[in-house]
Design a binder for this molecule. Structure first.
Ligand SMILES: Clc1ccc(Cc2nnn[n-]2)cc1
Ligand SMILES: [Zn+2]
Length: 263
């Protein structure tokens, strides 16, 4: 199966050519979270996020998604607790979404697809001094995943949505400050699933402790439509391609246990 092979089996992923040499290859992400197979772990603590909106720096289109980047030269915006032994510094957050509301998330819950998924990417600043170092290490990264469902308008998201037309093309960037990513977290962050996995775009390194929130957030159809107005392509390319379906195909569980913080 895909677990033993050193190569990720290519499955029609539009974003990059596969197979790619993956170190190990048995801890890839995303996966389907099979609720009845997840194991309740009473030792799992609540997540503790402490984000400083002043550390928000810019928003840009990297040709895969749009990223909101934070100043990670100090421990000003961090996550700890939960399954984490150390403190992790927020470096950026971004989303994955579909061309329709029917799909778009990277993880699924009992095969249920959500319209989009938010990823808050942090690196272990207790053990490493740079993201680039941490990205290669088993305990290097911690990513919080939050599912998005189409429903009522998300007031906090609107500031982000209003900035997107300025970064329609790949490699465009605009200043963006005073955005508190905590407004994108669900009201309940005590209930989550956690497992060891990987980044879902190159370098696909198996350095991520995933914490996927059980509770989703709601955004409006119109807000998600603005995500879909972004382009994968830079301004100088002849053929422009709409930035949709920027999620990776699901990977084999390879015998991994998904733990839950709730029974
Ligand atoms: Cl630095 C970096 C590289 C890839 C991704 C994409 C991703 N990996 N896991 N979730 N999203 C995010 C940040
Ligand atoms: Zn992501």
């Amino acid at each position: 199966a895909a677990c033993s092979s050193k190569y990720v089996l290519s499955q029609m992923h539009p974003m990059w050519q596969e197979p790619l040499p993956i170190p190990g290859g048995d801890r890839q992400s995303p996966i389907d979270i099979v609720v009845r197979k997840s194991v309740y772990d009473s030792e799992l603590k609540p997540l503790v996020t402490d984000y400083d909106p002043q550390t928000c720096q810019q928003i840009w289109n990297n040709g895969y998604s749009f990223l909101v980047e934070y100043d990670d030269t100090t421990d000003k915006s961090t996550v700890k607790g939960g399954p984490l032994q150390d403190k992790y510094r927020l470096c950026q957050f971004h989303f994955h979404w579909g061309e329709s509301n029917a799909w778009g998330s990277e993880h699924t819950v009992d095969r249920k697809l959500f319209s989009a998924e938010l990823h808050l990417v942090h690196w272990n600043s207790d053990k490493y001094s740079l993201f680039e170092e941490a990205v290669m290490e088993e305990n290097g990264l911690a990513v919080i995943g939050v599912f998005l469902k189409v429903g009522k308008r998300h007031e906090g998201l609107q500031k982000l949505v209003d900035a997107l037309p300025a970064i329609r093309h790949k490699n465009s960037v605009v200043d963006f400050n005073r955005f508190d990513p905590a407004c994108l977290l669900p009201s309940n962050t005590d209930d989550y699933w956690t497992y060891h996995g990987s980044l879902t775009t190159p370098p696909l390194t198996e350095s991520v402790t995933w914490m996927v929130m059980k509770q989703h957030i709601e955004v409006s159809h119109d807000q998600l439509a603005v995500f879909r107005s972004l382009l994968f392509t830079s301004a100088d390319e002849e053929v422009q391609k709409g930035m949709v379906n920027n999620f990776r195909v699901q990977q084999s569980q390879c015998g991994r246990t998904v733990r839950s913080s709730f029974s």
